[in-house]
Ligand binder design. Structure first.
Ligand SMILES: Nc1ncnc2c1ncn2[C@@H]1O[C@H](COP(=O)(O)OP(=O)(O)OP(=O)(O)O)[C@@H](O)[C@H]1O
Length: 248
C-alpha cells in the first residue's frame, strides 16, 4: 500500500542517457526532486551537469530514458511547452536583450502567460522589485553589472511563473560582495513555493542553499546526500574538493 504521507515528486528523471555520437555526456542518470526542495548538481568540468539541464529543459531529446514533470511525461515535449507547464531556467552566461530595458526584458517572460502589454509591464515591474532591481528598472540591460544581470535572469525566469527553476551557477562570475545578496534572494524565492535545481561549484553556496546534492562524474551519479555529507565524501574530496582549495 502506498504511504499516505508520500508526496509525488515534481520532477522524475529516469534512466536518462544523452550521447553525442560517441560521447556519452549523461549515462543512465535517475533523480527525483520533491516540491519545495533545492537540489544541487555538482561535479567537475565535463561531468554532464549542463547536459542534464538541457535534457530537462528540452534542448536535447535524450538518447534513452524518460522525464516526468508535475505528473506529465515531458520527454518529447517542446521547450516552449515545458515553459508553459512551469519549467524555467537561468543561464551561466546571462543572455538578456541588451538594447531592451530591464522591465522590457522581464516582460518577455511575463508575455508567456497571454497577458496584455499593460498587464505584462505591471507584472514585470513586480518581479523587477522582487529581485531588488527597482532602481535599474528602466535602464538598458547592457548597462547592468554581472550581479545585476543575474538578478535580471531570475526576474525573467520568475515572470514565467515556474514551478521548477533550473539555475546554472547563479553566483558564477559575480564579485564576492554580491554573493550573499544573491543567496538571500534565492532563499526568498523558495519561500514563494518554488522548487529549484542549482548547478553550483561553490561549496559554501551549496551548503547555504541546498537540501540535497548529487555529485556527478563522467555523466553518472557518483554520490548523493546532504551538502555536508557530500563535502565529506572521500571520493568527492579526492576528485574535487581537494583541488583548488575546495572551490570556494
Ligand atoms: N552538443 C554537444 N556535442 C558534443 N559533446 C557535447 C555536447 N554537449 C556536451 N558535450 C560533452 O559532454 C560532456 C559533458 O558536458 P557538460 O557541459 O554537460 O558538463 P558540465 O558538467 O556541465 O561541465 P562544466 O562544469 O564545464 O559546465 C563533455 O565531455 C562535453 O564535451
Amino acid at each position: 500500500m502506498q504511504n499516505p504521507t508520500s508526496v509525488m515528486p515534481l520532477l522524475q528523471v529516469e534512466h536518462v542517457t544523452m550521447a553525442f555520437g560517441g560521447i556519452v555526456a549523461v549515462s543512465d542518470l535517475s533523480l527525483t526532486v520533491q516540491p519545495g526542495e533545492i537540489l544541487a548538481l555538482m561535479g567537475p568540468n565535463g561531468a554532464g551537469k549542463t547536459t542534464t539541464f538541457h535534457v530537462i529543459a528540452g534542448v536535447h531529446a535524450p538518447t534513452a530514458g524518460t522525464i516526468t514533470f508535475d505528473g506529465q511525461d515531458i520527454t518529447a515535449m517542446r521547450p516552449d511547452r515545458r515553459c508553459r507547464a512551469g519549467l524555467a531556467r537561468t543561464f551561466q552566461i546571462t543572455q538578456p536583450f541588451e538594447e531592451l530595458s530591464v522591465v522590457e526584458n522581464v516582460m518577455v517572460g511575463a508575455i508567456n502567460h497571454d497577458l496584455s502589454m499593460a498587464e505584462a509591464r505591471e507584472d514585470a515591474r513586480r518581479y523587477v522589485d522582487m529581485v531588488g532591481l527597482s532602481e535599474r528598472a528602466d535602464v538598458l540591460a547592457k548597462g547592468l553589472s554581472t550581479g545585476q544581470r543575474k538578478r535580471l535572469e531570475l526576474a525573467r525566469a520568475m515572470a514565467t511563473r515556474p514551478k521548477l527553476l533550473l539555475m546554472d551557477e547563479v553566483t558564477g562570475g559575480v564579485d564576492m560582495a554580491s554573493v550573499p545578496g544573491l543567496i538571500e534572494l534565492v532563499k526568498r524565492l523558495r519561500t514563494e513555493g518554488l522548487t529549484i535545481i542549482i548547478i553550483e561549484h561553490n561549496m559554501k553556496v551549496i551548503t547555504e542553499l541546498a537540501d540535497r546534492a548529487i555529485f556527478m562524474n563522467r555523466g553518472a551519479r557518483m554520490a548523493e546526500g546532504t551538502p555536508t555529507e557530500i563535502a565529506n565524501h572521500p571520493e568527492v574530496v579526492e576528485l574535487y574538493l581537494g583541488e583548488e582549495g575546495g572551490h570556494e
